[in-house]
Design a protein around this ligand. Structure first.
Ligand SMILES: *Cc1c(COP(=O)(O)O)cnc(C)c1O
Length: 384
């Protein structure tokens, strides 16, 4: 199987010898043209028309009322959490199976993450796990937020993450969170172009965030986006991410501790060109996933398909191997042969800075961490 697999991936990418990365960028549109416009106009930095254009394109694409561009997805998440009301010494629920940025953004606010289990059929946070943990651990006093009985802390928000582009069970999760009055901030960093029951990921909660890092479906080199339907918080997000400067023709006055989290015009120019090609790239990614699905039907590996009621962007294609030993064998063989494959992230609760955090059993998390392998997933485009 491994030899056949390597030959198959090489044939998909028409790349008989060279190294094949997990997910590299695809620049097939107006990228160069828009970058030249930045340079010719001298608007390369914090001022320029591409930032507003990119925000508008992202709002229109996702169906969010407002989109605020940021320097990266992690910064977007940090600000979204702040605006969702997360404060120092609060607790924020998220999944143990996520990229480190989710947990770190919680830490930046001074809050503590609580790591709960995921569903095997979505790879994202399990609404049943959230419901069970809340039932056992919190009480609703006469406060707007539930209080953790053991720690005395407020449970101030929940961050579901749409792993590798596969949407979380949002309806079930929202029902649980609404019961406890907990705002939802969606980490949709990996899921641009993914839909849950026809609704774009990142638009069902108080906030959603996107990432345009170099390894994502589309990229601005580095960049992020805050999505929200609330005008007031959108304006505040813009304010906080641009040093909280009070508008004035020449005075330098600031009314909050703001951040230099703005997206520069050069990056936004790339973003506009990439957005124009997003649907095309998503189609190609779907075709690729379909080819993988067919190929793995007759193999010892299970190809992970989009969950029920969902359309996934298939950001990174997922194989489920038999056990950790099989996983390691596959990783070793593919990487040795110039095909980049990767395991899933080490669960957050196993990292030294988060080892003390509250968790539940994390059964599915451990099971998946032993078995997931990501295989090359960038869209195959015909490049002359
Ligand atoms: C990529 C990513 C982010 C944000 O990453 P940036 O590199 O800061 O844009 C956040 N969460 C998850 C799950 C991600 O995959």
């Amino acid at each position: 199987m491994p030899d056949k697999l390597i030959a198959f991936i090489r044939s998909l990418y028409n790349e008989p010898e060279a190294f094949i990365p997990l997910h590299d960028p695809r620049f097939i549109g107006n990228e160069k043209k828009y970058l030249m416009e930045c340079i010719d106009s001298n608007f390369v930095s914090s001022v320029g028309e591409f930032v507003g254009r990119f925000e508008k394109m992202c709002a229109e694409y996702t169906g969010a009322k407002y989109a605020v561009a940021t320097v990266n997805g992690t910064a977007a998440l940090h600000i979204a959490l702040q605006l969702a009301g997360v404060q120092r010494d609060d607790e924020v629920i998220t999944q143990a199976l996520t990229f480190i940025a989710t947990a770190n953004a919680i830490s930046y606010t001074g809050a503590e993450p609580v790591f709960l289990d995921v569903d095997r059929d979505t790879l994202g946070i399990a609404p049943t796990a959230v419901s069970k943990w809340l039932k056992e651990n919190v009480e609703l006093h006469n406060t707007p937020h539930p209080i953790n009985k053991k720690t005395g802390r407020r449970v101030a928000a929940c961050i579901p993450m749409h792993t590798f582009g596969h949407p979380v069970k949002l309806d079930e999760l929202k029902e649980v969170l609404d019961k406890y009055n907990i705002p939802m901030v969606e980490d949709a960093a990996e899921s641009i172009g993914s839909y849950y029951k026809g609704k774009h990921t990142g638009t069902s909660g108080s906030f959603g965030i996107l990432s345009f890092n170099g390894n994502k479906v589309i990229t601005t080199g580095g960049g992020g986006m805050i999505l929200t339907n609330n005008e007031e918080t959108a304006l505040m997000a813009k304010h906080l991410t641009t040093q909280a400067k009070v508008p004035h023709a020449w005075e330098y006055k600031h009314d909050h501790i703001g951040y230099n989290y703005r997206l520069i015009n050069i990056a936004a120019a790339l973003g506009c060109a990439q957005m124009e090609k997003l649907d095309h790239l998503l189609e190609l990614k779907r075709e690729l996933a379909e080819k993988y699905r067919n190929f793995f039907k007759s193999s010892e590996f299970e190809f992970f398909s989009e969950p029920e009621h969902c359309k996934s962007n298939y950001w990174l294609n997922v194989l489920i191997t038999k056990d950790r030993q099989e996983r390691n064998k596959l990783l070793e063989y593919t990487n040795k042969n110039g095909i980049m494959c990767r395991p899933v992230w080490e669960p957050m609760n196993r990292l030294p800075m988060y080892a003390h955090c509250q968790t539940d059993g994390l059964e599915n998390t451990a099971w998946l961490a032993d078995r997931i392998v990501n295989i090359p997933s960038a869209a195959v485009v015909n490049r002359e």
